[in-house]
Structures are given as C-alpha cells and as structure tokens.
Design a binder for this molecule. Structure first.
Ligand code: A2P
Length: 257
C-alpha cells in the first residue's frame, strides 16, 4: 500500500510574496494529533517531492490546511506556490512530531513561541478544545521580520475568536502576541529578548515566567530554537519527549531547502 494519499487542493491564499496557505481534502483514514507534521508535496517527473509540513488544521476538521514559505529556487516550494484549486498534492499517511500536549508535564500556562512558518503547528493547537481544558492560559507568540508576515496568524486568530463554538472557549484564555523585528509595530523585538527582559509578560499583564506554571512549545528557525533552549535550560526547564514529558518541547519550522 502506498505511504502517500493524493489530496485535492480546495483553496489557496497568498499572504505575501513569500508566504501562502492552502487547504486540501483529507483522507478519512489520516489521523493526527494537534501539533504534528506529515510529509507533504507534489509529484514531480513521476516521483514524490516531499517536505515535512505541520498541519495547521485541527485534528477534527474535514480538510487539511498548510502554511508555507515560497522560495523562488526551492525544489518544492517554487512549484507548490503555483498550486490551484483542483490540483493534487501528496500527503504522507503517517503524522508525527514532538509538539504534542502529552510530551509536556501538567502546568497551567502554555507558551507557544514561534517565528515565521513555525506558527503552523500552533494554529492546529489553538483550535483544539483539549488545550483549553488542560491550560488556564495559552499565550501564542509569533515573531516575524515584517508586519505583513503576521497576516495569516492574525486572520486565524480573528476567525477563531469570531467562531460561534470556539470563540467562547478562547475568551479570556488565549492571548495572541505578534511581534516584529524590522519595522515599526505595536510589539517589537525578538522572542528571546521579550522573554529575558520579561517585557512579554508585562505587555500582556500576566505573571513572569515560572517553572511551576509554564509549559512551553517552541517552533521556528534553528537559531531561535537554540537560543530559547539555552534560556529555558538555564531556568531548569527540562526538554520533553515521547519517552518522558518535560517543561518544554521543540521542533524546527520545516522551512524549504
Ligand atoms: P531578526 O529580524 O532580528 O533577525 P527569519 O525570517 O530569519 O527566520 O526570522 C524570523 C523572526 O525570527 C525575525 O523576527 C527574526 O529577528 C527572529 N529571529 C531570528 N533569529 C533569532 C534568534 N536567534 N532568536 C530569536 N529570534 C530570532
């Protein structure tokens, strides 16, 4: 049996010159947990050309959603960025990944810290009612160079807040904190600096970082992950995995190569 499902593209939205999102059909047998990823891509010259992509859709949704970068000479995304409604994409049958709630010890505040397309797994997580049952507070931080790169995340959060069913669940629990580093915006600076200076917590009017309450998921560029890992480990946070839950979990954003 093939390890890949053929899914139909249902919609495509271009957010900037370098970012787009799209939805596809979902094979009834494809199961995943919020925060996981699968191999996804296109058939090129008769062969699958795949990359790891986090599902941005919720585990209970009928369709799949992905958020991608566009790299002009990227083997996959130079092609993927041209997909249209009705086209076929390939999706691996097996989902995996470390950014799942079971890899974290119990806590009361969940910090979801992302840069760039590292936002994608958190889009899935913030749609999951289980997250709101397990945590009193969820803080979603998305760091980008430019304001325009925040558009997808802003749209997702606005739609969730307006949703009849989910809106109520999010109310007073989900704090969305977008931040920009290379142009003026209401929140400025790198996530590392916002945490080490505690400005993030001042800005959102919440208690400072604490190993007693905080559980953390990290998804972004390798440099951002490394710096944050060092910072959290200096506070005695332990990295969680499938074999042993911890205070934080890490996954690199699967940017194009
Ligand atoms: P900066 O503009 O200061 O480099 P990129 O597009 O390079 O992946 O960056 C996405 C966002 O992540 C940018 O806001 C960038 O800030 C920030 N960033 C890059 N490196 C780090 C790091 N080591 N720690 C925290 N944030 C980072």
């Amino acid at each position: 049996m093939s390890a890949l499902n053929r899914e139909q593209v249902l919609s495509v939205r271009h957010w900037t010159d370098t970012l787009f999102s799209f939805t596809t059909t979902r094979d009834a047998g494809f199961r995943f947990q919020s925060g996981q990823f699968a191999m996804m891509g296109l058939e090129v010259e008769g062969r699958p050309l795949l990359r790891a992509y986090s599902m941005a859709s919720a585990h209970y949704e009928d369709n799949l959603e992905f958020f991608s970068i566009k790299v002009p000479d990227g083997p996959l995304t130079s092609r993927l960025q041209r997909i249209r409604e009705g086209d076929t994409v390939l999706v691996g049958r097996k989902a995996t990944g470390t950014l799942i709630m079971d890899n974290l010890l119990p806590g009361s505040r969940l910090l979801l810290l992302s840069t760039g397309t590292g936002l994608a797994p958190f889009v899935s997580l913030i749609k999951d009612p289980d997250v709101y049952e397990r945590y009193e507070n969820i803080v979603l931080v998305h760091g980008c160079r430019q304001v325009s790169e925040l558009a997808y995340g802003e749209d997702v959060v606005a739609r969730l807040k307006a949703d009849e069913v989910l809106g109520e669940m999010l109310e007073g629990k989900l704090t969305y904190y977008p931040t920009v580093t290379r142009e003026p915006f209401r929140n400025r600076g790198r996530i590392t600096d916002l945490i080490s200076s505690a400005r993030l917590f001042d800005d959102i009017g919440q208690a400072p970082l604490s190993i007693e309450t905080d559980r953390v998921m990290l998804c972004g560029s390798p440099a951002m992950l490394e710096d944050l890992r060092v910072m959290f480990e200096a506070e005695d946070f332990l990295e969680g995995s499938h074999s042993e839950p911890g205070h934080f979990v890490v996954e690199k954003a699967f940017v194009e190569r």
